[in-house]
Design a protein around this ligand. Structure first.
Ligand code: ATP
Ligand code: MG
Length: 429
């Protein structure tokens, strides 16, 4: 049956329209430029992986694995998953290609992630992260470097007043195993007070309850034992050295003993950059150490640390708190070329190509689809062009071009060579 119903995008997945891509490019380019100056290399990874990779890496009891993954069987009956996060795939690739063998790696990648969550402002089912991963470094100096690099991003983007750093150490697996029992013992008398979500978490991953948003539970947990009090010697030294390094800088950080991450693979340092400028308390960037993951996925034991920057939240934050002048620079057109008939049109197209050869940085559009000169001028204005170039009958006869500065209204007729000189001076090239 033929229907005329409009097909819409999938819930929680959005289209990034041209009005927004300038800001996206600005954010991405700023961040990438800084990554390069810190010596990081890009890696590009598939969006689809075997489901078992995420089950093993992220942890079977986590929200991401139990509730949020987009998994399906391919035509051979193999279970595949659209990546909900990047680290597992990056570690998989590193092991597969021997990237970690007696070598340090400082890597970054950017791209879409997929989680089946309830969509709302700043939370989507397809969202984008920029991830940074470092392999082969014990820290805490590298932990510090990563935090400093993120801080530089905020300063260059002009949002350092709108984000704050929270830091914690969740110790070793052994410590957490021990602490988990203490927390369970503490909470057991209060099970009747827990709602169904909290109860499920209590049985599957009780430590995650520490960062619950439920006020009653938060109050209850105020009296719970603190994981920080049970760190072993190594974790304690690691954490205090990191804090000492941060104390040399002007970064204000808060140690938040409740900060635990949603993925099971973290140990020792965990951190989040939080903002209150998006309405509620939101995490923009989050990460930590994951020293056991490479081995857990079949590689040689390799210390590692990484974090993910949520690009939608960064985008929202920048749009909200900062007027971005670059948008005008990007969205303006430099030159609009017009002509009156087919013969002149050929001249104009060739002229546009020759300007592109001589002055390659200019943004140039040639009028297509004809129309009166009046109509063509109005298109030029709509596109925000700074200069209009016209080849009319008179110009065609004397082999020259009319140039009109659309900002000042001045116009004159020039030969091609002089035109290039004039364009250089207008655009300061
Ligand atoms: P949250 O507590 O907000 O659900 P998370 O702990 O699940 O975050 P991570 O897995 O650490 O998030 O992902 C790192 C960053 O990616 C988050 O801090 C956030 O900025 C962004 N992020 C995570 N999930 C989403 C989503 N569904 N939509 C948009 N951004 C997201
Ligand atoms: Mg989440």
């Amino acid at each position: 049956m033929i229907t005329n119903d409009i097909i819409r995008s999938i819930r929680g997945m959005y289209d990034c329209l041209p009005k927004d891509t300038f800001l996206w490019r600005y954010i991405e380019d700023t961040i990438k430029d800084i990554l390069i100056t810190y010596g990081y290399n890009e890696i590009r990874l598939p969006i689809l992986e075997q489901t078992s990779l995420f089950n093993r890496a992220i942890g079977e009891g986590t929200d991401v694995v139990t509730k949020e993954m987009y998994s399906f069987l391919d035509r051979n009956g193999i279970s595949l998953t659209l990546r909900p996060e990047g680290t597992a795939g990056c570690v998989r690739a590193g092991i597969e290609h021997g990237l970690f063998l007696n070598r340090e790696q400082r890597l970054w990648y950017i791209g879409p992630m997929f989680r089946y969550e309830r969509p709302q402002l700043g939370r989507y089912r397809q969202f984008h992260q920029l991830n940074v991963e470092v392999f082969g470094q014990q820290g805490p100096d590298i932990d510090f470097e990563l935090i400093m690099m993120t801080y530089r991003w905020w300063r260059i983007l002009g949002i350092d007043d709108h984000v704050s750093l929270e830091l914690n150490s969740i110790g070793s697996l052994k410590t957490r195993f021990f602490y988990r029992k203490l927390l369970v013992d503490f909470l057991t008398p209060y099970l009747n007070n827990l709602d169904s979500d909290a109860l499920r978490c209590f049985y599957s991953n009780p430590i995650r309850l520490l960062d619950t948003k439920n006020i009653n539970l938060r109050n209850l947990l105020n009296d719970a034992p603190s994981l920080l009090d049970y760190l072993d010697e190594n974790s304690r030294i690691h954490f205090s050295k990191l804090c000492q390094l941060l104390d040399f800088t002007d970064i204000k950080y808060k140690i938040n003993p409740r900060l635990v991450r949603g993925l099971d693979y973290y140990n020792n340092t965990v951190f989040e950059w939080i903002t209150d400028s998006l309405g509620s308390h939101e995490t923009v960037c989050a990460g930590g150490r994951y020293d056991a993951l490479v081995e857990q996925l079949g590689g040689k034991k390799t210390p590692a640390i990484g974090f993910a920057l949520g690009l939608e939240r960064l985008f929202l934050l920048l749009s909200k708190v900062k007027a971005i002048p670059v948008m005008n620079v990007f969205s303006r057109l430099d030159i609009y070329l017009m002509s009156l008939n087919e013969l002149m049109k050929v001249k104009v197209i060739l002229l546009a190509e020759s300007i592109r050869d001589t002055l390659p940085s200019l943004r140039i559009i040639v009028n297509h689809g004809g129309g009166s000169l009046k109509k063509q001028f109005s298109r030029a204005n709509k596109l925000g062009a700074r200069v209009a170039l016209v080849v009319g009958e008179k110009e065609c006869l004397i082999n020259s071009i009319l140039i009109k500065n659309l900002d000042s209204g001045e116009q004159e007729i020039l030969e091609e060579n002089d035109l290039m000189i004039r364009l250089r001076s207008i655009f300061k090239l």
